[in-house]
Design a protein around this ligand. Structure first.
Ligand code: GLN
Length: 530
């Protein structure tokens, strides 16, 4: 079978949830028996989102092969259970970088380098890169931004050309918004019509329209849109606001989006494969049935939903699997000190100490750890959160008063968190982060060994600093166990205090590998313990 391409574009306004729609389409095609991958093409000029402030762009998601990417890749993985790779996240910056490198090498043999064809050819190659291994039946490509943006023009031109080259093997799905005018009491389709016209003027006729709306759209409205926009009646789908993003695939399925996609490509569900959404339906049913609640504090410095997206979703998903409604309370670590920590944390059933970079808000994180450790409140430290657990223990249990991370205080006499020698060398060369999946060995008899139910795991990293092994014995003797280690480098990947109810810190990010149908064991166990 030839690889099929689905392009997902957005119009009218941004933030319509293209990522959720792309993920839902991916999930539905999987349930029809197909192998799917989803990739994101972003029109901004940063090479990757790694350097973007979370206030600008939400969390930075990391793939197993060590690429810093957009948070939509987190949705793709959570919805479909697939592993994305560095091929699945491309920006304008990356495209230009590749073209300019080729130009410097002389690959273009003295030609004038232009947006068309050089940039557009590079985009086309990247769109097709995931097809090379023959691993996927469908490649879904989400184009970031909104139709009409100057930045997205080369991407749309590349899609226009590809649609010609691919013949019947591609589809374009356009997501728009139908506003409700309260004063007039009317739903308005004009912005959708304009947005489709704009796409058409770029030479792209959408095959399927998905209309985001706060109110139900009746048949008449859907048919009007179909008639004005040159799409068939069954190809106008509505995406009404729902209580949970996980209901979106079911809503799309009810409107036969999966069938329409396959029919337009001249396909049916995979032979011998009966479509089944039962696991997903059960998950959504459980989500609706959640009764008992637990309160989890998220101690971090970004007061923004998207900044800790994967952690929030991992907690929520783990709650659904354990029958607990997780209520998250954000606690800004910048405002935390000894005088108010009790007030901020005392009513909570558990606390997550969030990842992060730089000094802002870290003393508040350390204060939070002191409180949860001494009050035996279940605590989960992730990356910088784990490092703060280590520093707090060094200061208040080992009595190493000025213990710190050399990230925050390069002069500290007790660098319990430090940059390793080979990292220091790398740092001089410009690249320093430990990124992507690494193996970790779990110590016999440890809590984590029990939770994972195996002795070797693979988890994703994104950090520069590490636990300093020179202090390992002192920590272990005083009751903080180093229960996970990297077998090649001997770096400490997990710490735990076995005498407490639940006190585990991971140098890696378990939130990146928690999915809807396979929740992460650490998150599940953490929520269970509350
Ligand atoms: N800033 C810390 C480091 O670089 C932790 C990073 C993180 O939390 N992702 O090691």
């Amino acid at each position: 079978m030839k690889t099929k391409y689905i392009f997902v574009t957005g119009g009218v306004v941004s933030s319509l949830g293209k990522g959720i729609i792309s993920s839902s389409i991916g999930r539905l095609l999987q349930t029809c028996g197909y192998r799917v991958t989803i990739q994101k093409f972003d029109p901004y000029i940063n090479i990757d989102p790694g350097t973007l402030n979370p206030y600008e762009h939400g969390e930075c998601y990391v793939t197993d092969d060590g690429m810093e990417t957009d948070l939509d890749l987190g949705h793709y993985e959570r919805f479909t259970g697939i592993h994305t790779t560095r091929n699945n996240s491309v920006t304008t910056g990356k495209i230009y970088q590749a073209v300019i490198e080729k130009e410097r090498r002389g690959d273009y043999l003295g030609k004038t380098i232009q947006v068309v064809p050089h940039i557009t050819n590079e985009i086309k190659e990247r769109i097709k890169a995931n097809a090379a291994g023959g691993e996927f039946d469908f490649i879904i490509t989400e184009i970031g931004g909104t139709i009409g943006d100057i930045e997205s023009a080369p991407f749309l031109e590349a899609i226009r050309q590809l649609r010609w080259e691919l013949g019947g093997n591609s589809l374009c799905i356009h997501l728009t918004y139908v506003p409700y005018l309260k004063a007039a009491g009317e739903l308005k389709t004009k912005p959708t019509q304009h947005s489709v016209k704009e796409l058409q003027s770029l030479g792209i006729q959408p095959d399927i329209l998905i209309l985001r709306t706060e109110k139900h759209l009746n048949r008449e409205i859907l048919q009007k849109v179909a008639a004005f926009c040159n799409v068939s009646g069954d190809a106008v789908i509505q995406s009404e606001d729902l209580p949970s993003i996980y209901e979106v695939p079911l809503n799309m399925h009810r409107q036969r989006l999966d069938k329409t996609i396959l029919a337009k490509l001249g396909m049916d569900h995979m032979e011998g494969h009966e479509q089944s959404l039962s696991h997903w339906e059960e998950f959504v049913r459980k989500e609706k049935d959640l009764r008992t609640g637990v309160k989890v504090g998220l101690v971090g410095k970004y007061d923004l939903q998207d900044a800790y997206k994967s952690i929030r979703e991992s907690l929520h998903i783990a709650g659904i699997h354990t029958g607990k409604k997780v209520e998250i309370k954000f606690v800004n670590s910048e405002n935390l000190d000894a005088s108010n920590v009790e007030e901020a944390l005392s009513g909570l059933d558990g606390v997550v100490i969030c990842p992060g970079f730089g000094s802002r808000g870290i003393e508040g994180k350390i204060e939070a750890v002191t409180y949860t450790r001494t009050h035996n409140i279940p605590t989960f430290g992730i990356c910088l959160g784990m490092q703060m657990m280590v520093i707090e223990f060094a200061r208040n249990v080992l009595g190493l008063k000025d213990a710190h991370s050399s990230e925050m205080n390069p002069e500290t006499p007790h660098n319990v968190i430090d940059m390793m020698e080979d990292q220091k060398q790398l740092s001089q060369l410009g690249g320093t982060m430990r990124l992507g999946g690494y193996t970790c060995e779990l110590a016999d008899g440890s809590r984590v060994r029990d939770i994972y139910g195996k002795d070797r795991i693979r988890e994703r990293h994104r950090h520069r600093y590490e636990f300093n092994n020179n202090y390992k014995d002192r920590f272990q003797q005083a009751g903080m166990r180093c229960s996970g280690r990297n077998p090649e480098s001997d770096l400490v990947e997990i710490v735990e205090i076995p005498s407490l109810k639940w006190f585990i810190g991971t140098q890696f990010h378990p939130e990146y590998s928690s999915t809807v149908l396979t929740p992460h064991p650490l998150f599940v166990n953490f929520i269970k313990s509350l």
